[in-house]
Ligand binder design. Structure first.
Ligand code: MF3
Ligand code: CO
Length: 248
């Protein structure tokens, strides 16, 4: 069942989204060679609480941290740790919070110093695919229009979309209906209506789309060991089209 949010509820989600965006902005600026992802996790949690919100992921189904830090061949749900970042790494950071009963959820991938041309292109295409998906998140369109737009940009760029993880509805729950795949056919799936809120989150691999989970039970990595990038926004569908809620 897809929950339709009132204007007042979307307003609260905008506030939750703003916290997530401000936290990701702060940690993004702290990313540099020599910095540990454990430090970024602490920064994210501290800033979130300072802004009056609660980190959403810590304790969610047993996930042990506030910030997901997925490095290089790690796709999503990587654990922050004491291993310092190195020049040439790419780092995906995913953060969620709860504010006034509503969730915000967003992710970004950043370069650590200078990165390879392929890594830069992977990040550029992944973010472009997210924006193409968001552009389709408007009343009258169907969910498949969002999914197909993401897939089209990714595959035209020579990369592959991950199948095993998908985006999701979001609101009073972190994961609500519907699932939002990053692949599919235009014109298919549920009709999009004002008041729906979606977390659209392409996970894009430089090689094949296959991923596996490490023995920690969380960290998803590419099977071929090639790079992966992840961008995510929380988006409301309004009469006027898509509104990105996870902006500062
Ligand atoms: N953005 C991811 C998601 O929506 C982050 C979840 S991490 C978890 O699924 F720890 F909360 F699972
Ligand atoms: Co999400």
């Amino acid at each position: 069942m897809i929950v339709i949010k009132s204007d007042a509820e979307i307003k609260l989600m905008r506030e939750a989204g703003r916290v997530v965006a401000r936290v990701l902005d702060e940690v993004r600026q702290a990313v540099a060679p020599g910095v540990t992802t454990a430090r970024l996790d602490k920064m994210a949690e501290d800033m979130c609480r300072k802004l009056g919100a609660v980190p959403a992921f810590k304790g969610y189904r047993g996930y042990p941290f506030s910030l997901c830090c997925s490095r290089n061949e790690q796709v999503v749900h990587g654990f922050p740790g004491q291993e310092p970042l190195e020049e040439g790494d790419i780092l995906s950071m995913d953060f969620g919070c709860i504010l006034d009963g509503f969730y915000g959820d967003s992710a970004t991938t950043v370069a650590v110093g200078q990165v390879s041309a392929e890594a830069a292109e992977l990040m550029r295409v992944t973010e472009a695919s997210l924006m193409a998906g968001i552009e389709q998140a408007r009343p009258g369109n169907r969910l498949g229009d969002v999914s197909a737009a993401v897939q089209e940009v990714v595959e035209a760029g020579g990369f592959a979309v991950v199948r095993q993880f998908v985006g999701h509805g979001i609101g009073r729950g972190l994961h609500e209906d519907p699932q939002v795949p990053n692949f599919g056919a235009p014109g298919r799936g549920v009709k999009l209506k004002p008041g729906m809120a979606l977390a659209i989150e392409p996970m894009v691999n430089a090689g094949g789309w296959e991923v596996k989970i490490l023995s920690d039970g969380w960290t998803a990595v590419t099977v071929d060991g090639k790079l992966s990038a992840h961008f995510e926004h929380t988006v409301a569908i309004t009469d006027n089209g898509p509104e990105i809620l996870s902006l500062p």
